[in-house]
Design a protein around this ligand. Structure first.
Ligand code: SAM
Ligand code: SF4
Ligand code: F3S
Length: 438
């Protein structure tokens, strides 16, 4: 049998990285080999729908395969992930080189469909009940770090967000599956594991029978107890479900990293209410204070949207003042992008695109200064860093992370990747730190 090759391109969030890692594992165990795009029989796109820009990028990339497809019938494309769930059938009509389409809930059928297509089968749109993509991703894109999705989907229905429509209802995986997977990953060399979910704090709420009452803090404690696991992280928290028992576990386990992503999304009570976020500005601020009191070295990061429909100038300034008050280490900002089918997209009071862009520039400027000041204070201090991959820019530099998830660049040989080293911070910028191994 001829060797079959695939290449994977991942867009969007960490959940897609995890899905891509599992698919890689499945395909390699079935005899496929990963290669460059030039050799690939199949290029797998794991896509994102969160903003229009994410989808446009994929559409423009898909267009680039026309010449090669018309010339030699290669590569075929598997369009997977959130965008495939939303508009996959439509997109596949436009680009005949798309031979397999599957949303995040249908990934278990992808390997079979790719093999049928390789043998000359017709294009496949995978829908309905599909078996789980059940494997432990040991052949990952990153050898030292691994993700584990602990719950699929989302039930929060924030007014702007497409995720519940493309990833389905919130469903917790059984704890024993997660723990077994984590143990296998650690035995396979993962130094760091990140537990993933759209709202990890509600993990377990849908578990029944003997598992009723098994919640996120227990999963966190049980995972942290795995022998040899050096670092444990989790993403994403929801402010209205972040409870004290999570902090209790974090303060009692040294390997749970003090880096918390707690998306706020807006600084005004009116906008938060209209976003369906279920907390007020003051509740958020007191939660952030509580976290910092319990974990003084914690880095707090957030997500924030500017230009939500109806957001007035004054309400936008309340987001600015919230950033000044809380002083996050890092803020993932985004201009609101209307997503068809969500309640916010139907509103008549959309903010003009140019105004959304202006607000984004202003808020990024404010946060850059805050991040600059916070990072400057780290210069001269020592941190344990997990050295990871070559820095995207800079010859001879490795990129690593502190426990609080700060990016650190050090001069180190590539074979030091995967090692923990004590690093003295020598310089800083708003986005990263420079250091020397000591
Ligand atoms: N579940 C997490 C939460 O509650 O924040 C993350 C959800 S989403 C995958 C990641 C981020 O994308 C969100 O935190 C939000 O800031 C941003 N986002 C989601 N929908 C958006 C939209 N329609 N326009 C702009 N940004 C959006
Ligand atoms: Fe989207 Fe809200 Fe769910 Fe996050 S919690 S994925 S923002 S609906
Ligand atoms: Fe994008 Fe889907 Fe993640 S919409 S952000 S890839 S959950």
């Amino acid at each position: 049998m001829n060797q079959r090759y695939f290449a994977i391109r991942v867009f969007g969030c960490q959940m897609n990285v995890y899905d891509a890692d599992r698919l890689r594992e499945t395909l390699t165990s079935r005899g496929w080999a990963e290669g460059g795009e030039g050799d690939a029989d199949f290029v797998i796109f794991v896509t994102c729908s969160v903003r229009d820009k994410a989808e446009q990028k994929v559409l423009s990339e898909l267009g680039k395969y026309r010449a090669s497809w018309e010339d030699c019938g290669k590569p075929r494309i598997a369009l997977l992930g959130c965008m495939a769930a939303r508009t996959g059938a439509e997109v596949a009509k436009k680009f005949p080189w798309i031979r397999v389409v599957a949303g995040p809930e249908n990934l278990g059928g992808v390997a079979d469909a790719m093999e049928e297509s390789y043998e000359g089968g017709a294009p496949r749109l995978i829908t309905g009940d599909t078996p789980e993509l059940s494997c432990v991703p040991l052949s990952r894109s990153n050898r030292h770090k691994a993700y584990i999705t602990i719950a699929n989907g989302c039930d929060q229905f924030c007014a702007y967000c497409i995720v519940p429509y493309v990833r389905g209802r919130f469903k917790s995986r059984p704890p024993e599956d997660i723990l077994k997977e984590a143990e296998t990953l650690v035995r396979g060399g993962a130094a760091e594991i990140t537990l993933l979910g759209q709202n990890v704090n509600t993990y377990g709420r849908d578990l029944t029978g003997s598992l009723a009452g098994y919640g996120f803090s227990r999963l966190l404690a049980d995972t942290a107890s795995i022998d040899g696991l050096k670092r444990l992280r989790y993403l994403t928290s929801h402010p209205s479900d972040f409870t004290d028992d999570i902090l209790d576990v974090m303060t009692s386990r040294r390997n749970i990293c003090p880096g918390i992503n707690l998306p706020v999304q807006a600084g005004s009570d009116k906008v938060l209410r209209e976003m369906n976020r279920r907390y007020t500005r003051n509740e958020y601020i007191s939660l952030a204070r509580g976290i910092r009191a319990a974990l003084p070295h914690a880095a707090l990061t957030t997500d924030l949207i500017v230009g939500f429909p109806g957001e007035t100038e004054d309400e936008f300034e309340q987001s600015v003042s919230l950033l000044e008050e809380v002083r996050f280490d890092l803020v993932h900002t985004a201009a609101y992008s209307p997503r068809e089918g969500t309640p916010a997209a139907k509103r008549a009071d959309q903010i003009p695109v140019r105004e959304r862009a202006r607000r984004l520039v202003r808020i990024n400027g404010i946060q850059t200064e805050i991040s600059r000041e916070i990072n400057e204070r780290m210069v001269g201090h020592k941190f344990e860093v997990l050295l990871d991959e070559p820095a995207p820019k800079g010859e001879g530099l490795l990129q690593g992370r502190t426990a609080a998830d700060k990016v650190v660049l050090v001069s180190a040989p590539p074979d030091m990747s995967g090692k923990f080293r004590d690093v003295l911070i020598t310089a800083s910028s708003p986005w990263c730190l420079d250091g020397e191994i000591i």
